[in-house]
Design a protein around this ligand. Structure first.
Ligand code: ATP
Ligand code: MG
Length: 562
């Protein structure tokens, strides 16, 4: 895959700005509202902003957009910082809180009033909506728009001093009630809200509106390119109006790009929050979610997410990306990095009748056939092994090349074994598979040129480590419909399968939280960090693995357009 790509539209804008001397540096920021955990869409925005700063030798700021005290929480501030650091975006010493600029914003509002560009209005929210007009009809003049500058200054001061109830007065920008853009029809820029703020406490009872606050935050920090998503396109004229009227010497520029959506999963903070609050998933980091915390717990790497957002590109058109593309990226990233080990997820015993009773021999196995640097390991082999239940069939269909009475297969890295039969319980369930081995086939090599069609993996019974394994399917199956008739999400009932009795080869003994492995034939897995160490002292019952991704996919990398 070629790494050389044509410059995206944002790079083109920046190139032009630098060439024309509009800016002489690039300074970006990521401005999350601390009202939830970040998700894969935010990862795109973070990596885009950070990546541009790096590419142009500029700076990247981290800024909490915490101007709305209702929904914001300290817990989210911490999780967001952790997630961004994990992704590798470094804000150095530039961690900011928009709420630290409340004084500047207040001063900015006063400046607008003094210029005759803002006024205090007594209209209720309801009346403001009525006066605003529609897409086809101009708005009506606010009866309070004629208020003198002095009176507005005094009333705005009174708003700040807490002399009004919530909703009693607002500050509006004076722009154009007849503008075809509704956002320009004298937007509210300050409101009264007697609310406690997580950072400023009870100091303020007036709070700025987003469209007024955001350009000020950008301008104060010296941001050059303020990148946001498409829903703000119609707000850009207001953004420009604010920075122009406040006469900032180096006005920042807003650029919009399309949000990232993924098929078959839930993106959107609001929807993820609902699943968490309704207890449908096990917290914000449930591995079925695509929050950054969930992707990390599931076993995704920062590199895989970076690769993914690069492949997605930046665009002005909304679209959904196939979840399979994210899976492709993690497979590509892990295939050379992870050791390939044996783990049996759905076990049945295999007994080698002609193998000496108490003999144990150590067999060598390469850790990764495509990457010799990962070396090899020794695995104990004995008379009793675990194999996958599906690797034996008493009455096999055509083209089944694994164990069935009379058939010979290779035990991976070990020996040829020939199936002699099985033992069943009173319900007809197979409890043991029996076979004989050919001692001359040590290492899994044919002693005389005879061929076997199947190779299966195994784990020695005596030395096996028991573990729980969790398999995931997408939380939504878009082919079956995203929503139910009542508007609720149509969730996949099979999104989580818990396998309580899985056996791993003893080389897993040192596995730690977040360690990743390829389980032969079964996919890539990661040690669950939440379960790890829960009952310290008994490693056997707290080792839990999440399947990151299975091995195969029908996904084909889309061709890049020129
Ligand atoms: P959501 O839509 O999930 O509720 P949000 O836009 O309300 O998210 P913010 O905290 O306001 O979340 O977003 C911080 C930044 O991340 C903004 O610049 C926003 O445009 C960007 N962002 C949010 N969602 C996506 C997405 N799906 N793809 C790309 N960027 C996104
Ligand atoms: Mg938002």
């Amino acid at each position: 895959m070629s790494e050389v790509e044509s410059r995206n539209f944002i790079e083109q804008i920046i190139d032009k700005d630098l060439a024309e001397g509009v800016y002489d540096t690039v300074h970006t920021r990521f401005p999350p509202e601390p009202n939830g955990y970040l998700h894969i869409g935010h990862a795109k925005s973070i990596l885009l902003n950070y990546g541009l700063a790096q590419e142009y030798g500029g700076k990247f700021n981290m800024r909490f957009d915490d101007t709305n005290p209702t929904k914001e929480k300290e817990e989210f501030v911490e999780s967001i910082k952790e997630d961004i650091a994990w992704l590798g975006a470094d804000w150095e010493d530039r961690l900011f809180f928009a709420s630290n600029y409340f004084d500047d914003m207040y001063e900015a509002a006063v400046k607008l009033i003094k210029k005759g560009k803002a006024y205090v209005s007594d209209l209720s929210a309801e009346e403001i909506r009525e006066y605003r007009g529609t897409l086809t009809e101009a708005g009506k003049e606010d009866p309070y728009a004629k208020r003198s500058i002095e009176e507005s200054l005094r009333l705005f001061e009174d708003m700040k001093e807490g002399r009004f109830e919530d909703g009693e007065k607002v500050l509006r920008a004076r722009i154009d009630m007849a503008s075809p853009n509704i956002n320009m029809r004298d937007p509210v820029i300050y409101r009264v809200a007697h609310m406690h703020h997580h950072n400023t406490g009870d100091k303020w009872c007036i709070y700025p509106m987003y469209d007024f606050a955001h350009p000020i935050e950008d301008a104060i920090e010296g941001i050059t390119h303020s990148i946001c998503t498409l829903e703000f396109e119609d707000h850009r004229p207001l953004y420009d109006w604010v920075v122009r009227e406040l006469e900032y010497p180096h006005p920042p520029k807003q650029i919009e790009f399309a949000k990232l959506y993924l098929t078959n999963v839930v993106t959107g903070k609001r929807y993820i929050k609902k699943l968490v609050e309704e207890g449908i998933v096990d917290g914000w980091d449930d591995p079925r979610l695509v929050s950054i915390a969930a992707l990390r717990r599931r076993g995704f790497t920062p590199e895989s997410i970076k690769k993914f957002v690069e492949l997605c590109g930046v665009s002005k058109a909304n679209s959904s990306v196939d979840y399979a593309m994210l899976e492709y990226c993690i497979r590509e990233d892990l295939k050379l990095k992870c050791p390939r080990m044996m783990a049996v997820l759905n076990p049945v015993k295999l007994i080698i009748d002609n193998y000496p009773e108490d003999q144990v021999e150590l067999l060598s196995a390469p850790n990764n056939l495509e990457n010799e640097a990962l070396g090899s390991r020794q695995i104990p082999f004995g008379k009793e092994l675990y194999i996958e239940r599906e690797d034996f069939m008493e009455e096999p269909p055509k083209k089944y090349f694994r164990l069935f009475p009379g058939n010979e297969v290779r035990l991976m890295n070990a020996y040829f074994v020939k199936c002699t039969g099985c033992v069943k319980d009173e319900n007809g369930k197979v409890t043991e598979v029996h076979c004989t081995y050919d001692a001359a086939s040590r290492g899994g090599n044919s002693p005389d040129g005879r061929k076997v069609k199947g190779t299966i993996h195994w784990v020695p019974v005596k030395e096996a480590i028991k573990a729980e394994v969790r398999l995931y399917e997408n939380i939504i199956d878009e082919e079956k419909g995203v929503y139910n008739e009542d508007g609720s999400l149509n969730l996949n009932p099979n999104s989580l399968t818990v396998l309580k009795e899985c056996y791993l080869e003893p080389s897993f003994a040192d596995a730690k939280a977040y360690d990743r492995f390829q389980f032969v034939r079964n996919g890539f897995f990661c040690v669950d960090a939440n379960a790890f160490g829960v009952s310290a002292g008994s490693p056997d019952d707290n080792l839990v693995f999440n399947r990151i991704v299975s091995l195969k996919s029908s996904f084909v990398l889309p061709k890049k357009e020129d």
